[in-house]
Design a protein around this ligand. Structure first.
Ligand code: ADP
Ligand code: MG
Length: 251
């Protein structure tokens, strides 16, 4: 396989367990380089556990193959240095240090000239935080904090970014804005991303394919055409999740 054809990420038979037993049951998926794929499903389906395991933050069984190399045995820090970056659910910026310091945390291992260049790129994408560099990050609004969390993730020039519900807790207008920025970043940088969302409609703003998770299993797979149409999304919700339980999975 040439470098171009090698999937950026392959997950094979991934099982994640907590005390009470497995919550992710041997799932497999493969993500093309330069593409954004969604991992969709209701609350509790196992989406975050999957992302955290890929990032090396949860013990798991199975294989995580990154750019053709088995990284299952590597620590989170080693995965991060290879360009596998995880942006957690609920933003998780550090509230009592400044915006600039938060950005630096995302790039602690690169030299200062590269860091300055990356920071300028991030601020160009997110002008909202550009004039807040010296503010404590905790003083930013929810939308600005999400931009900071994504910006911090971009500081290390990731080769794959794992985004856990970037829309969580944001008003629709801000969701739209965050997603516009993500789309611009993806267009310019051909970033590969695995995007977790509960809403099929939100994920469809960015993803070109999506897997549907339910009770720790992948139960469905949507192609770009199905994702782009309201009917396609609704059919998938009805088929894979059952329309009754889908309060938030707006088509
Ligand atoms: N640290 C943990 N310890 C025990 N159970 C957990 C932990 N994190 C998640 N779970 C459980 O695992 C299941 C999947 O959770 P999660 O991966 O967060 O789902 P999602 O992100 O799709 O909402 C849920 O039943 C949740 O309660
Ligand atoms: Mg989650």
């Amino acid at each position: 396989m040439s470098e171009i054809d090698t999937p950026v990420l392959q997950v094979q038979g991934l099982t994640v367990s907590y005390g009470a037993g497995p919550v992710v049951h041997g799932i497999s998926l493969s993500l093309e380089r330069g593409a954004v794929a969604g991992l969709l499903g209701a609350n509790g389906a196992g989406k975050s556990s999957t992302l955290r395991a890929i990032a090396g933050l949860e013990p798991c069984k199975g294989k995580v193959i990154f750019e053709g190399e088995d990284i299952s045995h590597l620590s989170t820090a080693e995965r991060f240095k290879r360009g596998l970056v995880y942006v957690p659910e609920g933003r998780a910026i550090v509230a009592d240090i400044t915006v600039a310091e938060n950005l630096t945390l995302g790039s602690y291992f690169i030299d200062s000239a590269t860091r300055a260049r990356r920071q300028q790129m991030v601020l160009d994408f997110f002008p909202e935080i550009a004039n807040r560099l010296k503010s404590a990050a905790g003083l930013l609004s929810g939308g600005e904090q999400q931009m900071l969390a994504i910006g911090r993730g971009l500081m290390s020039a990731p080769r794959l970014i794992l985004l856990d519900e970037p829309s969580l807790g944001l008003a629709p207008l801000l969701v739209a804005r965050v997603y516009e920025r993500l789309a611009a970043i993806q267009r310019e940088q051909k970033l590969s991303a695995l995007l977790v969302e509960q809403s099929f409609h939100v994920a469809a703003k960015l993803a070109v394919r999506a897997w549907v998770m339910r009770h720790g299993e992948i139960v469905g797979d949507l192609d770009e055409q199905a994702l782009r149409s309201r009917e396609g999304r609704q059919q998938a919700i009805d088929a894979y999740l059952g329309s009754r339980q889908e309060g938030r999975a707006a088509a």
